[in-house]
Design a protein around this ligand. Structure first.
Ligand code: SAH
Ligand code: F3S
Length: 478
């Protein structure tokens, strides 16, 4: 499962469907990495839509090729590099073609991709997308263009994203940007900058617009959603300097979640990603109170060993994490969890690894995203810790956590069998065109035979009669 961090089917997929008939230029926009990148690409498409670009899924006909990139692991960067070399070759026959890199790799590599490697014409970091029209003017003049300035305020709150690639049923809405946590292995705080929260009113407005446009599910996005805190502006770090009035009217994540649940009662609400050290119990109470908030939390743990959590600078212990899970299950009995686990970090012993396996068994995750550690340049781990676990041991440990997660997923899926679930129809099953594909509240994928009168975007009651490791098999209850 390594490198399949978010939607296993969508990595590197070029997105389309952003059309303004009067536009004459074509943009090929490919996204890698986390959900946030996919969401940012919708902001980019919106900005460029105003500049005369419609999107295309065929890079052969594009005037502008943009890759929205991920730096979180070495392998993610290698994939993008290969793709960029391929596009560079295209330029031999089509000198007018502009190729640009967006997102975390742009931020991390800065001038390098332009000057040393001459792979691209345009480099734009995650907080500089508003500058794209100006930067494109520079490339038109034959100049290299770069903006990698990180912002303490930018949330793109006023930009109405062009919804790309989806089926018009589920959408992302960004609520925070950046991360202040400084986990020692992680590049994100360096590529996405300081954490800041978006104005709740603009969030509610966007959710309501989605509802009005027929969307049925929204996922509130951030690198660390539980840390959301709006007090009238500025980064969370400066909250102490806020006025008494600002402090009194501040909105935290539990409050925001409740506001959204009330604002769009006909929509399902999900959120990602949660961080154990910032998650408040109040969030679970809100989840329990509103049927439209899905009973699912992605709660990365990285490791089950206190030693490892400490060197990773995760601000919680194994026991605190387990206590949080226990409390959540008490408040929201039907809740499901998924994890991120990273094996082979600096100094990880066999015993640490066993602690991870035992924690997984205790939590019984529905699903997981598992990775082998790779050093990221500029991170605290790169500066201070040794990458001292041999590759073969990392791979073996990774296989073990993946195998165990497979076992747990199968068990969890089996626990859904014999019950009726509300499924939101998201589209046709890839394997069988006579079947629908959707998810239950716990985020488990369910497939079932299509019945006349059903359509994408319907909520249907499905009796689940079987399962595979990752999928529920069911039939509609009439
Ligand atoms: N808070 C973010 C996490 C981003 S990184 C979010 O919204 O999901 C996603 C996952 O990648 C992390 O949870 C971690 O398990 C993994 N990861 C991060 N840095 C890594 C590295 N240097 N090597 C391998 N995996 C890493
Ligand atoms: Fe990275 Fe830790 Fe933030 S994993 S995104 S620094 S919570």
């Amino acid at each position: 499962m390594e490198e399949k961090y978010i939607d296993e089917n969508k990595q590197g997929e070029a997105l389309a469907f952003a059309e303004r008939p009067e536009n004459t230029k074509k943009l090929f926009l490919e996204s890698y990495g986390c959900q946030m990148n996919f969401s940012d690409s919708e902001i980019v498409a919106s900005i460029l839509n105003q500049e005369g670009y419609n999107t295309t899924q065929n890079y052969e006909e594009a005037d502008l090729i943009l890759l929205n990139t991920c730096s979180v692991r070495e392998k993610a960067e290698q994939t993008v590099r290969m793709r960029l070399s391929q596009f560079k070759n295209l330029k031999k026959d089509r000198p007018q073609l502009t190729v640009g890199v967006l997102g975390c790799m742009a931020e991390r590599m800065k001038h390098k991709l332009l000057e040393e490697e001459q792979l691209v014409d345009l480099v734009v970091g995650p907080d500089a997308y508003r500058d794209l029209p100006n930067l494109l003017k520079d490339t038109e003049m034959g100049r290299d263009a770069i903006n990698v300035i990180l912002s303490k305020e930018e949330t793109y709150a006023d930009i109405n994203p062009v919804r790309l690639g989806g089926s018009g049923v589920t959408a992302f809405v960004t609520i925070t940007r950046g991360c202040d946590n400084m986990c020692t292995f992680c590049i994100v705080p360096f590529t996405r900058g300081r954490e800041r929260s978006r104005d709740p009113h603009s969030i509610i407005k966007e959710c309501k617009e989605l509802e009005a446009n027929g969307y049925k599910e929204v996922t509130l996005l951030g690198q660390n959603v539980d840390s959301y805190l709006w007090y009238g502006g500025g980064p969370k770090k400066d909250f102490a300097k806020a006025s008494e009035m600002q402090k009194a009217t501040a909105v935290d994540f539990a409050q925001l979640l409740e506001m959204v649940a009330q604002a769009v009662p006909g929509m399902r609400i999900r959120f990602s990603t949660s961080n154990p050290q910032d998650m408040h119990i109040e969030v679970f109470h809100v989840m329990a109170k509103y049927p439209n908030i899905c009973k699912y939390v992605h709660l990365p743990v990285q490791s089950g060993s206190d030693n490892m959590l400490k060197v990773m600078n995760r601000q919680h212990t194994r026991q605190e994490y387990l206590d949080l899970i226990r409390e959540a299950k008490r408040i929201v009995p039907e809740i499901a969890f998924s994890q991120d686990i990273m094996v082979g970090f600096s100094g990880e012993t066999e015993e640490d690894h066993q602690d991870t396996l035992s924690l997984m068994r205790e939590v019984e995750y529905d699903y997981g995203y598992m990775f082998a550690y790779s050093v990221r340049p500029g991170t605290p781990a790169e500066k201070k810790l040794e990458d001292n676990i041999p590759a073969d041991i990392k791979q073996r440990r990774l296989s073990e956590v993946i195998a165990l997660q497979g076992e747990l997923s199968r068990k969890r899926m089996a626990s859904y069998v014999g019950k009726v679930h509300e499924i939101l129809i998201e589209g046709t099953s890839k394997k069988n065109e006579n079947q629908w594909k959707g998810r239950n509240s716990q985020n488990a994928v369910c497939v079932f035979d299509k019945l006349p009168g059903q359509k994408v975007g319907d909520f249907v009651n499905v009796f689940v009669h079987g399962n595979t490791q990752g999928t529920l098999l069911g039939e509609t209850i009439q």
